[in-house]
Ligand binder design. Structure first.
Ligand SMILES: *[C@@H]1O[C@H](CO)[C@@H](O)[C@H](O)[C@H]1NC(C)=O
Length: 235
């Protein structure tokens, strides 16, 4: 027979163990509930998407492999089904590469719907776009402020990127590394994040029109809708 007191004590022990396993009992988003659980490198988790935003029609497959070290978030972006490899060769770091073909990650450390987040993009020409976005309406409301704070020297700051085009197999791969100090998030085990991932598809006959592809549907022809960001736990 178990006394009521021992059952209560057992319950408290189980609760304490559960809270402890999740790092702290005040974390609003336990890792096990997140859409994606990012492991320490060299393990990786892969996010994949193949639908347009917002229509949810077919897009070529995009995958992003994610893992973390004590100082960096590593992302391997792979664009499949690529036919155009379309970019403007005159563009350099932080240019408007988003008008052509890019793969993108929107990144925020925290669990709420952010008003400021980091936008990272890479083009088939190995050019990157690195900027914090100030979007206080969270949905880029017409007339509301919408601003950028660029990282002016990403490679000096410890960012890394390499990009390989595989034209015969209609594929390009960008391997990127983003410093966690940017988010005050070194040694990130147990932290919870919000992210979304995108890809733009265009070419010489369709530019400037683009197919917008994304992981979490924003419900609009816009990427800057933060309540749609997925939940990501670093485990
Ligand atoms: C891509 O750009 C980075 C940063 O400038 C550089 O280190 C790398 O060698 C470049 N080239 C390729 C093919 O990835």
């Amino acid at each position: 027979m178990y006394s009521l007191t021992s059952i209560i004590a057992l319950g408290a022990t189980i609760f304490a163990a559960f809270a402890n396993a999740n790092g702290a009992s005040d974390k609003p988003c336990p890792p096990t509930k997140a859409d994606v659980q990012v492991p320490a490198c060299p393990s990786t988790v892969t996010v994949r998407f193949d639908k347009t935003i917002p229509e949810q029609t077919a897009c070529p497959l995009t995958t992003i492999g994610l893992c973390y070290t004590s100082t960096a978030l590593n992302l391997v972006f792979t664009a499949y089904g690529e036919t155009n490899f379309y970019f403007d060769p005159s563009q350099t770091t932080n240019g408007d590469i988003w008008a052509y073909e890019v793969m993108e990650a929107f990144i925020y450390k925290g669990t709420d719907n952010p008003q400021t987040y980091f936008e990272y993009e890479v083009s088939p020409n190995n050019v990157t776009y690195n900027s914090f976005v100030y979007n206080p309406s969270r949905v880029r409301t017409t007339g509301a402020p919408f601003d950028h704070a660029f990282i002016s020297d990403p490679f000096g700051d410890g960012f890394k990127v390499t990009t390989a085009l595989d034209k015969p197999n209609h594929k390009w791969v960008s391997t990127s590394s983003i410093p966690l100090a940017l988010f005050n998030a070194e040694n990130p085990k147990g932290t919870n994040w919000r992210m979304n991932f995108f890809r733009t598809v265009t070419g010489p006959t369709t530019y400037p029109n683009q197919q917008l592809c994304g992981w979490k549907n924003t419900g609009k022809a816009s990427f800057h809708i933060t309540p749609a960001f997925g939940t990501v736990a670093f485990i």
